[in-house]
Write a protein that binds this ligand. Sequence first.
Ligand SMILES: Nc1nc2c(c(=O)[nH]1)N[C@H]1C(S)=C(S)[C@@H](COP(=O)(O)OP(=O)(O)OC[C@H]3O[C@@H](n4cnc5c(=O)[nH]c(N)nc54)[C@H](O)[C@@H]3O)O[C@H]1N2
Ligand SMILES: Nc1nc2c(c(=O)[nH]1)N[C@H]1C(S)=C(S)[C@@H](COP(=O)(O)OP(=O)(O)OC[C@H]3O[C@@H](n4cnc5c(=O)[nH]c(N)nc54)[C@H](O)[C@@H]3O)O[C@H]1N2
Ligand SMILES: [Mo]
Length: 786
Amino acid sequence: MIASPREKVGMGHGDNGQGGRDNGFLLHSSHWGVFSARWDGEKLSVQPYAGDPDPNQIIENFPEALRHSARIKRPCIRRGWLENGPGPDLRRGTDDYVEVSWKEAIRLAGNELLRIRTDFGPAAMFGGSYGWSSAGRFHHAQSQVHRFLNLAMGGYIRSVNSYSAGASSVIIPHIIGNFENHTKRNVSWAQIETETDIVVAFGGMALKNSMVSGGGISEHVERGAMERAHKRGCRFILIGPIQDDLPAEAGAEWVPVIPGTDTALMLGLIHTLVSTGLHDQPFLARYTTGWDRFEAYVMGRVDGLPKDAAWASGITGVAAKTIIELANALHGRRSLITVAHALQRAEHGEQPVWMGAALAAALGQMGLPGGGYAYALGAIGYYGRRNNAVPMPTFPQERNPIQEFIPVARIADMLLNPGSSYRYNGETRSYPRVRAMYWAGGNPFHHHQDLARLRKAFGQVDTLIVNEMAWTGTARHADIVLPCTMTLEREDIGGSSNDPLLVPMRRVAPPLGEARDDYDIFSELAGHLGAREAFTEGRTTRQWLEHLYERTRGALVSLDQPAPDFEEFWQGDGLRLPQEPDDGGQLRAFRADPSSHPLPTPSGRIEIFSETIESFGERDCPGHPVWLPPQEAPKADAPLYLVANQPATRLHSQLDFGGHSARSKRQGREVARMHPADAAERSIADGDIVRLFNQRGACLASVRLDERLRKGVVQIPTGAWFDPLDLNAESVLCVHGNPNVLTRDVGTSALAQGCSGQLTIIEIERFDGILPDIRAYDPPVGRPAR
Ligand SMILES: Nc1nc2c(c(=O)[nH]1)N[C@H]1C(S)=C(S)[C@@H](COP(=O)(O)OP(=O)(O)OC[C@H]3O[C@@H](n4cnc5c(=O)[nH]c(N)nc54)[C@H](O)[C@@H]3O)O[C@H]1N2
Ligand SMILES: Nc1nc2c(c(=O)[nH]1)N[C@H]1C(S)=C(S)[C@@H](COP(=O)(O)OP(=O)(O)OC[C@H]3O[C@@H](n4cnc5c(=O)[nH]c(N)nc54)[C@H](O)[C@@H]3O)O[C@H]1N2
Ligand SMILES: [Mo]
């Protein structure tokens, strides 16, 4: 357990775990929180930042992780690649690795990059390299690899959007305006605390999720804000398949909905409002466009099918009475609609995002403090906070002259079908022919869907180079594996655009084995390709930190704010940055004066009907939000929904080998939760090992029975490292519990082509066979892990 901040030693200035070097604790930062750590050469201790009211226990993964045997100690080359040279090879994932010196690794990687550059050009190089890597503004792996490819290769094929918000980041600009503005300058936790009467959270606002924020976070405020709002009398309604998606402190009422049907529920609410005249007609007339066409659909004037509460009930499994009561409770109050990222990480994921906006518009609260629509509030720590008034230090990636890109989750499609065409955001595009890939800071064998298919896709390239700190599923598919340092082993600056603390991240421990910083790896490789000076600009890491800090310091000076020089910042306990006011952003300004503050949409208003989207002519995303039944719904051989959501005890697959993550497992397996009634029908008892399976694959897990799940729903978090028993088998079995062997690799729609991995359908049975060992952490050096 981590000590609560109050129990910790020394809360005074400069003499404690916040940053002071007393007790040997050194300040550091991570995506899950600012903390400090002490390494005595054998044991690592961590403590949370003293100013954090609600620290995240994920920092407890560090102690066991730092020197874990899953870390990569020396550069490695896949045996098949070493013996046969570059080329498509389905042995990736099953081969063993040969350790080589850094000199040899740089020579092999550098020559291969030169071959690609000379023979095929930079458009044959995929450098999307999606992934979260670690906090730290300089050693941000994606920035490092992009800068390297731009300067040393002449560019690369990039990827756009994210696995997080694949559908919403494409549709929100069409219907409301800038995605960042909508999500980061809108309703805040402070407003909810004092203003909101009722929050309807589609997909909840789980603390496990909001306690993570890319770049670092010094204050976890969500639990306290919900607790105080609830005590003041604010009602929280959780719409979702799992009851613990809102914390106990919110005192939430739970509406268990069938997964993937929220859009129908929203329609039932809108229909109820309209049919009783409770929709805010002046608001709709003044601030939206296309309501009439949408209303005709809602009321059934188009298709003879009114989307009323009874209709919605049949689809969602929520009683019509509950829908009508909820619509009435929302009317005339300061209401807030939130929609978690999770809802749009599914087939037709654009629809709940758009329908949520239509529901909020009908309620007329958009732009009021604590009211309206806050897409994704609570899904991650970025949202509901104040923004810093000064820019963050940022490592420049430089220019990529290659125009071609893919929507990020279409990676397997690209590799398997080069040259074939697809639709994206109104355009017909074609997939490039990629020969080589460079990945740093991401784990596609964690994040992508249908891993058996992904493996075939990764078998197509000539060469995959990966910088990793540990033997992840992706490292095990690479041809050249370059070991990088873990965040604790290097210096950096931690900061995020809406956390007020800029953190001098100190080096806590020396690098393991021969691991090097990504920056040093890319500097060497750039040298091999004749671009060292361009890449490094002659700076050491410390000189880069100083150089990057200058941007923030300069902005502080021009705001007449305290602006310590780098040395003072570096010796300090973290620099407090000035923040912008909590002013409701573009929606507040738009409400106050729509003519002088139009939204950046074609009409300047909230687009309930979008001429633009209509003109794209996509059947799976027409001109206004609609209910579209999913193609994949429970059936005889896969009667259960599987919710594959974010893990509470780690960030994605990161530090899955750490203690906190390991302690959450049972018999070393990921824990899947299911309803006792579903378990009884299958003679499954709590603690049994079960096999989750469908037509794409299977995984083992330990089962926990839990009445907080809707019947018919199974939940397993992502992040247990891919541990396939036999990759060449007809159906791949992961013995550890990685749900992406089961999920389907299809885009959300032709509009956004986002990731749809959150939901799938499965069957589940007790596993009575001999339980295979976990080999996911065994280094495949000298012999394959399995
Ligand atoms: N089924 C299903 N799948 C999903 C989701 C889901 O809901 N369901 N969610 C999706 C979402 S929202 C996301 S964002 C993705 C996340 O997918 P990823 O971002 O790929 O997942 P991470 O485990 O964070 O991968 C980061 C990798 O970077 C490595 N790393 C850390 N620091 C460094 C560094 O300094 N240098 C280098 N070179 N490497 C480093 C870590 O060891 C780790 O392997 O997963 C997606 N996948
Ligand atoms: N601890 C931890 N926190 C994280 C992350 C992590 O890996 N670990 N990842 C971070 C990242 S990168 C992101 S993008 C965010 C992701 O934020 P989200 O994608 O919103 O997070 P999830 O936990 O995947 O899903 C939230 C909940 O949505 C519910 N849900 C799923 N399908 C449906 C549905 O059809 N309808 C309704 N009403 N509810 C549904 C599930 O019960 C699930 O628990 O989380 C961030 N926070
Ligand atoms: Mo994400």
